[in-house]
Design a binder for this molecule. Structure first.
Ligand SMILES: C[S@@+](CC[C@H](N)C(=O)[O-])C[C@H]1O[C@@H](n2cnc3c(N)ncnc32)[C@H](O)[C@@H]1O
Length: 361
């Protein structure tokens, strides 16, 4: 039974919502035959997949319409994205002695399980967040869970351990600007903006040109470099803005340019506007910086050199991909930083592929 086609078709009922659409598209991409049915029209689904009309599950003629459809379309599995219908169908299948497989758990059960799994993740990370905060008041369990959940909706390259370390270390950052170089679609920027507000640190500046020339990392293997071709950079830029909307975006500005150019603008004290057009009150002094732009050695080294100059006593520098499978730019630049700025550094640690450096007060 390796071929999904051998199984008969999957009926998606009621095919009316986003969950149904996501199942349908995923099923199509893995070659699973799908049939859609609903009691109310869904134009989008009907246009893309076709739609059989069925009566409401409470109507007397439901069984008389549902059973022939199962026969005609050789339905062997059923996907129900609506909790009440899932509940009804589980009983209906048993009472009619059907050999239909009801896929997965009910949407309610899924929510319960997902929430418990999220809380278990947050519970596991909370002691680490507290250790990274080093005695400073830090986030509650609910906040850690909330940050993980929202960040999880955003495509990105920062893992749980790195985000947890960020949640902890920023608790001890001085007041000043928070800067991120390299934002992709905003997973880490979203977390930084939350933390900058939560710990009353200051506004967030993100810098990312979202363009091919900057994104290519010449020191990485060809295979890795060609990943750039998969991106549509306008989608990245638009996606980033959409992902930041739920945060109070007036404390955030983005410079769509390479980091070196961004530094010139930031250091000049020129007005930098939020996505709503309001001037963001940057102080020109950095409380925390996340360096995650181009990973070629010269770029990382330049990012460290330029922006370090503006860092406050007690500030945090987070250098991503210090240990990285696709090149050693961040590792070499990070080691130089540890050596050359040793007298400014209070301590450093490695976590979630990133190097965390705390400057002396
Ligand atoms: C690894 S991704 C960032 C991931 C993001 N911080 C996250 O956690 O999801 C690297 C980003 O750096 C950006 N980038 C490349 N060259 C850059 C440069 N010179 N200055 C700023 N950003 C750059 C790329 O466009 C890309 O979005």
């Amino acid at each position: 039974m390796n071929d999904p086609q051998d199984r008969g078709a999957t009926l998606v009922f009621p095919a009316i919502d986003q969950m149904a659409l996501e199942y349908l598209r995923a099923a199509r991409s893995r070659g699973e035959r799908v049939v859609c049915a609903a009691s109310v029209a869904s134009d989008e689904i009907a246009a893309e997949f076709g739609l059989h009309r069925l009566p409401l599950i409470y109507d007397d003629d439901f069984a008389a319409c549902f059973l022939p459809l199962v026969q005609q379309e050789s339905i062997s599995r059923l996907f129900c994205p609506v909790a009440s219908v899932h509940h009804f169908m589980r009983r209906f299948i048993a009472s009619q002695h059907l050999t239909l497989e009801l896929i997965g758990q009910s949407p309610i059960r899924q929510q319960v399980d997902q929430h418990r799994q999220l809380m278990a993740r947050a519970q596991r990370l909370l002691p680490f967040v507290q250790r990274c905060a080093n005695g400073a008041p830090t986030l509650s369990l609910f906040e850690v869970a909330g940050v993980l959940r929202q960040a999880g909706y955003i495509y990105g390259e920062s893992n749980d351990d790195k985000l947890a370390a960020m949640m902890g270390v920023l608790a001890s950052a001085p007041a000043g600007d928070v800067v991120e170089i390299g934002s992709l679609m905003g997973r880490s920027a979203f977390v930084l903006l939350y933390l900058a507000w939560r710990y009353r640190i200051g506004p967030l500046l993100t810098v990312d040109p979202w363009q091919t020339d900057s994104a290519i990392q010449h020191e990485s293997p060809d295979e890795f470099q060609s990943l750039v071709d998969d991106w549509d950079f306008e989608v990245l830029s638009e996606g980033f803005m959409v992902n930041m909307v739920p945060m109070r975006a007036d404390d955030h500005a983005h410079l769509r340019m390479p980091a070196a150019e961004g530094f010139k603008k930031y250091a000049s004290g020129a007005a930098i506007a939020s996505m709503y057009g309001h001037r963001v009150p940057f102080s020109g002094k950095i409380a925390a910086i996340h360096i995650d732009g181009n990973h070629d050695y010269a770029s990382v080294q330049q990012d460290c050199a330029l922006w370090l100059d503006r860092m406050l006593p007690g500030a945090w520098l987070i250098l991503d991909d210090y240990i990285w499978a696709h090149g050693d730019g961040p590792y070499r630049a990070g080691n130089e930083l540890l050596r050359d700025a040793a007298e400014r550094i209070e301590y450093a640690f490695f976590c979630g592929k990133a190097l965390f450096v705390k400057l002396r007060h």
